[in-house]
Design a protein around this ligand. Structure first.
Ligand SMILES: Nc1ncnc2c1ncn2[C@@H]1O[C@H](COP(=O)(O)OP(=O)(O)O)[C@@H](O)[C@H]1O
Ligand SMILES: [Mg+2]
Length: 292
């Protein structure tokens, strides 16, 4: 089976990336003249370990490097985003507190990170009780939206790092969001779950948030040395076409290493391709208009 550029290496043919499109370099964005109100993007996939948290952290950090004001919201009781950004999630006010107590000011829950321009609202295991508490609330799907509305003017982008489920918390994220990004592990069975996720997105569009857009599918954990990975890529592009982002994140140990250090990879290994790929993703999303 032919995959990326092997069959198209004629003299005049442009080099193709893994998505079978020209491997473009997206322009470095101009600084913004003014800030806010934020576009909200939910990072969603009900499968765990596909790169949601890694993408939230590193896309956020790359955009902050480009002068965007970014708020990352940890919306997973595992608290991996909080840990990966090195912020306190024990004594701090968390997203759980904000969901349950509308009188709290979300600005009091915002913590700075070591990357200037990238702030975070933390989460911890308390959040696992939120669905039970919120299920009987009025407009229970809109509670996160109400929280984020209060801080939207202070940011250009709010990234919501969802937990691996399609439950009420994820529906809250999709209801609050303008766009969804789906990180997809380069793995044979990865496609199976996307149909279900797209159904959930369509239900939310239908009933709660008609303006919600699918901003892109990001292939992660890609290993170009294996035929398997190239075949998966081929199938992803066949299934989702232009929705698949041209930027593809390769598998590298720099990501877990950076998480352990509690900093984005853009800071842990600024010159490594792992940092550069998330800068490219930032540029691509700005180029596509998903981010200002
Ligand atoms: N491109 C990558 N290459 C190698 N490891 C990665 C990559 N992206 C993420 N990881 C690692 O894989 C694990 C799961 O990633 P994570 O972003 O936490 O996924 P999710 O949030 O979807 O559960 C983490 O240990 C993370 O450091
Ligand atoms: Mg995660």
């Amino acid at each position: 089976m032919s995959t990326s550029n092997e069959t198209l290496t004629g003299m005049e043919a442009p080099a193709l990336g893994p998505t079978r499109r020209p491997a473009r370099d997206f322009a470095v964005p101009a600084p913004l003249k003014s800030h806010g109100p934020a576009r909200i993007i939910a990072m969603c996939n009900q499968k765990g370990g596909v790169g949601k948290t890694t993408t939230s952290i590193n896309l956020g950090a790359a955009l902050a490097e480009y002068g965007r004001r970014v708020l990352a919201v940890d919306f997973d009781p595992q608290g991996a985003l909080s840990a990966g950004l090195g912020v306190d999630n024990h004594d701090a006010t968390t997203i759980y507190d904000l969901l349950l107590n509308p009188r709290l000011d979300p600005r009091d829950a915002i913590q700075r990170t070591s990357t200037p321009g990238l702030d975070v609202i933390a989460a911890n295991i308390d959040l696992s009780a939120a669905e039970v508490h919120l299920v009987n609330e009025v407009a229970r799907e809109q509670i996160l939206a109400r929280v984020l509305r209060k801080v939207a003017d202070d940011y250009d982008l709010i990234l919501v790092d969802c937990q691996p489920s399609l439950g009420l918390l994820t529906v809250n994220a999709l209801t609050a969001a303008h766009g969804v990004l789906i990180p997809l592990e380069s793995e044979f069975f990865a496609l199976r779950g996307v149909a279900l996720l797209k159904e959930t997105i369509e239900k939310v569009q239908d009933r709660l948030n008609p303006a919600l857009q699918l901003d892109g599918i990001l292939v992660t954990m890609y290993d170009s040395r294996t035929l398997h990975a190239r075949e998966v890529m081929e199938r992803v592009v066949d299934a989702f076409g232009e929705t698949v982002l041209e930027t593809v994140v390769r598998r590298t140990v720099k990501f877990p290493d950076a998480s352990v250090a509690g900093v984005p990879v853009t800071q842990f290994a600024p010159d490594h391709s792992a940092a550069e790929v998330y800068r490219q993703l930032a540029r691509e999303l700005i180029h596509r208009g998903a981010i200002a």
